[in-house]
Write a protein that binds this ligand. Sequence first.
Ligand code: PEP
Length: 257
Amino acid sequence: MSARTPLMAGNWKMNLNHLEAIAHVQKLAFALADKDFESVEVAVLPPFTDLRSVQTLVDGDKLKIKYGAQDISAHDSGAYTGEISGPMLAKLNCSYVAIGHSERRQYHGETDELCNAKVKAAFKHGVTPILCVGEGLDVRKAGNQVAYTLAQLDGALKDVPAEQAGTIVIAYEPVWAIGTGEVATPEDAQEVCGAIRGRLAELYGQEVADKIRIQYGGSVKSGNVAAIMAQPDVDGALVGGAALDAEEFVKIVRFRD
Ligand code: PEP
């Protein structure tokens, strides 16, 4: 069995206000109170406006649930209206930040170059990036999913040193599976996650590559998570829609039960 601790992360996207966020995290904490958190790490990625409320609850009750943001600015401060910086996320004790989610790439034109700057900004301020990569349907139909995804990985990791890269989380999220109900087969997930680990080994050496957690994301539910998690290079899940239902997310976290 892999020595990597699985990371189950809920990406709430633009859902749940701060009151709903508190109720949701309370439900998770209650339902997971007996869970051995040494064996599964749980994180939520609420909207920016919920982070303070989630922090207060997690810190106040010393919950083991981690939290993070869905995006980060490449800049530390200044005239960047609407942006949220690494120092701001660090001040809120965010453990994680998603970078390069396909919705950011699609609706906000985020490039690999910008993702690279954001990865560096996150590391600079001690927030662990969850770097999202993955191909669209046209690329998958052409059979180019591995080359496409590895090119995204190379771009986002340019000049990131091994000491930092060893702690990153990579989320392989085929765009055609996100929010569509069409989950990748476990074999599809393993093909690309295995290739990602292979490229990480080329870039940073096998020892570092073996430490890095690679998540699968795309229509993960309680009914399909176990088969995906059984793949040797899948170390967790980035969950969108199903993470909005606390009961369902708990079942996903308890994929071993
Ligand atoms: C996501 O948004 O990262 C995601 C995987 O969404 P869903 O689980 O809804 O497909």
